[in-house]
Design a protein around this ligand. Structure first.
Ligand code: ADP
Length: 514
């Protein structure tokens, strides 16, 4: 019973510590800049956050319970046993492997119980995948805090189910210990037999008291050896994992407020790029290499150019996912860095080419744009995104859960949900990354119509892949290898016969029916 209480307490202590660690880590990572998010493989990050902190849990358990305790117990036990009878001590060591048997039998039970805890861990992992898979959305909508709260919920569920598992584990360990003692009893019986007096003189022990002492010592030793072997096998990998977790804490958010920002009353005149250079960490080549242009309030700008030209990077600089390596982004003449990040992001919405939906209700997905919006406002946004039919057909209307990557919805519908999200936010500046993958022409038309509604009256930057989109833009910037190589309207650029003209000729050929 004492063992049960001790195990439960020390293990729960470790669970709390690790869950805390994981929460801190999640919050820290949410605050890190995009540089970090795009620079590392998502999987690596997730494995650090879950497995590594999990391994830290294990190492904490082990450190607390075993590494310190057991060797002392073993040495003490053996010393006592040896002092009483060296021969019997040696004999017992031969019998020890037999004791592993009952322990082995009980193992699967614990394993079954631990599945539930693992499932809960799976949920926290899923919530992480959500957060970091949609990090552009999370950041653009400034939902870091909400995501951290969500994560806390998943994390708490994990603590509860782990507590249940630990109860079972502690109980079964106690049982195991009991059974093992039974085994030792048998072994000691054997020793006792071997001790039958010959010629009226006990062979091994002179005194029955010695036998008892010996028995106690051996019992302690066996238990300790068992736990220590297990501990040592894990400790090596755990140490590596722990260092990796702390590496993450050493990273600094790369875009943050300095504290001397001034209030921002909204975009008045223009957004200007002034000789902007940007290089990704560890890259030789600049992604943007001296970009100069200005966009007037209410203007629609299309960004076109070959893949890798720097279009996404340019949008990311407007969203302040990164700050320029050199040069400035100016808003009405003020450096973007002098505006509080939150104030800027409040005026901005991002719609990306891969619609990112969170694993929650349709309403919550739309409300991500403005958490305090009423159901009526959410419905209105959905209507404007031409999703009325969808809402009518869902079993619980806007309260229907939409699955991961929106598996209840078609690609076009998911895209329009993200448009509704942006509509509800009602931003001044809109950053669009048009989908390259072809939707069927009907849903394409609907997405297009919804986008039209969304772009109305706003300052728009759109990475365009379709002729229909560029035609509605006031100006086209053609990027190539980090530079603006051409700019003008569609007709002007076609007439100029440069890169743009070549690109669109190819596009038209590709689109023409064979
Ligand atoms: P586009 O959107 O026009 O395809 P990008 O802005 O995505 O171009 O990329 C511009 C350049 O920057 C490319 O050479 C690309 O390989 C590089 N790049 C983009 N993102 C990263 C990143 N996270 N880390 C390192 N290099 C990157």
């Amino acid at each position: 019973a004492i063992q049960y209480v001790f195990l439960r307490l020390s293990r729960m202590l470790a669970v709390w510590m690790v869950t805390d660690l994981r929460q801190d880590l999640a919050e820290h990572v949410l605050r890190l800049g995009m540089r970090y998010h795009s620079g590392r493989r998502l999987g690596d990050l997730l494995s650090r956050m879950t497995a590594d902190t999990g391994t830290s849990l294990r190492i904490l358990n082990l450190i607390i319970e075993e590494i310190v305790q057991e060797p002392i117990a073993i040495l003490a036990g053996l010393a006592v046993a040896w002092a009483v009878s060296p021969v019997a001590t040696a004999g017992i060591l031969v019998l020890v492997p037999l004791l592993a048997l009952p322990v082995w039998k009980i193992g699967p039970k614990v394993r079954r119980r631990s599945q539930k805890s693992l499932a809960a861990l799976g949920d926290t992992t899923q919530s992480l995948t959500q957060m970091f898979g949609g990090i552009r959305v999370v950041k653009a909508f400034r939902m870091e805090e909400r995501e951290a709260r969500e994560f806390r919920r998943a994390n708490d569920a994990f603590v509860r189910s782990t507590e249940r598992m630990i109860k079972a584990q502690a109980a079964s360990l106690a049982i195991t210990a009991f059974v093992a003692s039974g085994g030792i009893g048998l072994a000691l019986g054997a020793v006792a037999l071997a001790n039958t007096p010959v010629d009226g003189r006990p062979r091994l022990f002179q005194d029955p008291g010695d036998l008892v002492t010996f028995a106690m010592a051996m019992m302690a030793v066996v238990g300790s050896v068992k736990r220590l072997t297990k501990a040592l096998s894990v400790v090596h990998t755990s140490l590596g994992a722990t260092t990796r977790v702390f590496e993450i804490f050493d990273l600094k958010p790369d875009v943050s407020d300095r504290g001397d920002e001034e209030p921002f009353a909204g975009l008045q005149r223009e957004i200007r790029f002034e000789d902007v250079h940007f290089r990704y960490e560890g890259q030789e080549e600049s992604a943007l290499d001296g970009v100069d242009f200005a966009v007037r309030k209410g203007e629609r700008i299309a960004l076109v150019g070959p893949s890798g030209a720097g279009k996404t990077t340019l949008l990311d600089l407007v969203a302040r996912f990164y700050d320029p390596t050199s040069g400035r982004v100016l808003v009405d003449g003020r450096p973007l860095t002098s505006i509080r990040l939150a104030d800027w992001l409040d005026r901005l919405a991002v719609v990306s080419q891969t619609p990112f939906l969170f694993q929650t209700t349709l309403a919550e997905n739309v409300r991500y744009g403005r958490p305090e919006a009423s159901d009526e406002e959410v419905l209105e946004a959905l209507r404007s995104a031409w999703l009325e039919d969808l809402v009518a057909n869902l079993p619980q209307g806007i309260q229907t859960e939409v699955g991961e990557a929106g598996d209840r919805l078609s690609g076009g519908q998911a895209q329009r949900v993200t448009i509704a999200r942006a509509l509800l936010k009602d931003p001044e500046v809109l950053l669009l990354d048009e989908a390259t993958s072809a939707l069927d022409s009907e849903s394409e038309r609907r997405v297009q119509r919804a986008l039209e509604t969304l772009m109305e009256g706003r300052t728009v930057f759109v990475i365009a892949h379709r002729l229909s989109t560029v035609r509605t833009c006031d100006r086209i910037l053609v990027l190539d290898r980090g530079r603006i190589v051409e700019s003008g309207t569609h007709d002007e650029l076609v007439a100029a016969g440069g890169l743009y003209a070549r690109m669109w000729r190819l596009q038209i050929e590709a689109d023409a029916p064979a």
